[in-house]
Design a protein. Structure first.
Length: 307
């Protein structure tokens, strides 16, 4: 009997010393509410910007907001469907124009910044809920501990041309991690900050396809960046996927048309002024076009692909 007890104790001690059995890192990530929509982007890439998300919780200060926007930017870039403008450029414009000085970027500010940078859409967002719960259990020979991070992320995709909200959604994310000890041996885990990122990524995971689907509803467009006699310079080129030989119609945007009831901008009066053809690319994402019909356009006129 004594020999049996000794052997059992030794086995437990050995188990407590073996990393494979004493350190049990269990991770689970889930997403609820947001439904993923399969999306196919047509035409060249859209230009999109993502501002730092607002952290409405009492947890993590601005760190959480920056982390959330970083995750979404990464997912949008990985999709290879967008030209994502760097945050530094967005911040520089906001600083120069004295926009978003409160640290919060609303839809109106997003549209102003987006127009300056020639974007098709801007994404704003907030973290409306975040919390970490710790639980555990003590048994005769073992102890276990589990940390659970939960968050809710809200996003809005704003059409820069009209200021209308193309897409609004909320995603919930949960990340879990467990540790264990046997006879005092194993891992005594403190707070694991990686849970923050895992729960945020879980909440944001399905936004990307939905953003692609919603932004793709509007016709692709670019802007006239400069005009030099008969040479037209466009703010889209190789990186955007605008091909040499592509034909576009150019429109001059007139005054805004507003809904008389809501005051929302419905669009602009548009005058078709020219047909142009892309003849070559220049720089990282620019192109040069020639006029094939009509009159020379002006800087900032809008260009759309032939239907």
């Amino acid at each position: 009997m004594d020999r049996t007890i000794v052997l059992c104790t030794a086995a437990l001690l050995a188990a407590g010393c073996a990393p494979s059995s004493t350190v049990r890192m269990q991770q689970a990530v889930s997403v609820r509410e947001t439904q993923k929509v399969e999306a196919k982007m047509t035409g060249p890439k859209r230009r999109i910007g993502v501002v730092d998300f607002e952290n409405k919780t009492a947890y993590g200060a601005q760190r959480l907001g920056t982390s959330a926007s970083d995750i979404l930017i990464t997912e949008l870039v990985k999709s290879e469907k967008f030209i994502v403008v760097e945050r530094d450029k967005l911040n520089k414009i906001m600083e120069e124009q004295k926009l978003g000085q409160s640290g919060i970027v609303d839809s109106v500010t997003a549209v102003q910044v987006g127009k300056i940078l020639g974007l098709n859409a801007m994404v704003t967002g907030s973290i409306s809920q975040f919390g970490v719960k710790t639980g555990g259990a003590d048994y005769l020979l073992t102890q276990s501990k589990q940390q659970v991070a939960e968050c809710t992320v809200d996003i809005r995709v704003v059409d820069v041309e009209t200021g209308q909200i193309l897409y609004a959604d909320a995603g919930k994310g949960v990340a879990k991690r467990g540790t264990g000890q046997v006879l005092g041996l194993g891992t005594r885990a403190g707070y694991d900050e990686t849970l923050e990122g895992e729960s945020l990524r879980a909440a944001i995971a399905k936004f990307t396809e939905n953003i692609i689907w919603q932004v793709n509803k509007k016709p692709w467009s670019c802007r006239v960046a400069e005009v030099d006699k008969a040479t037209i310079y466009l703010n889209a080129g190789l990186a955007s996927g605008l091909n040499v030989g592509e034909k576009l119609k150019v429109y001059h945007l007139g005054r805004e048309i507003k809904d008389p009831t809501t005051g929302l901008v419905l669009g602009n009066i548009e005058d078709e002024i020219a047909d142009i053809e892309v003849v070559r690319h220049f720089g990282e994402d620019g192109s040069i076009a020639k006029i094939i019909k009509g009159t020379p356009p002006s800087k900032n006129d809008i260009c759309r692909l032939f239907k």
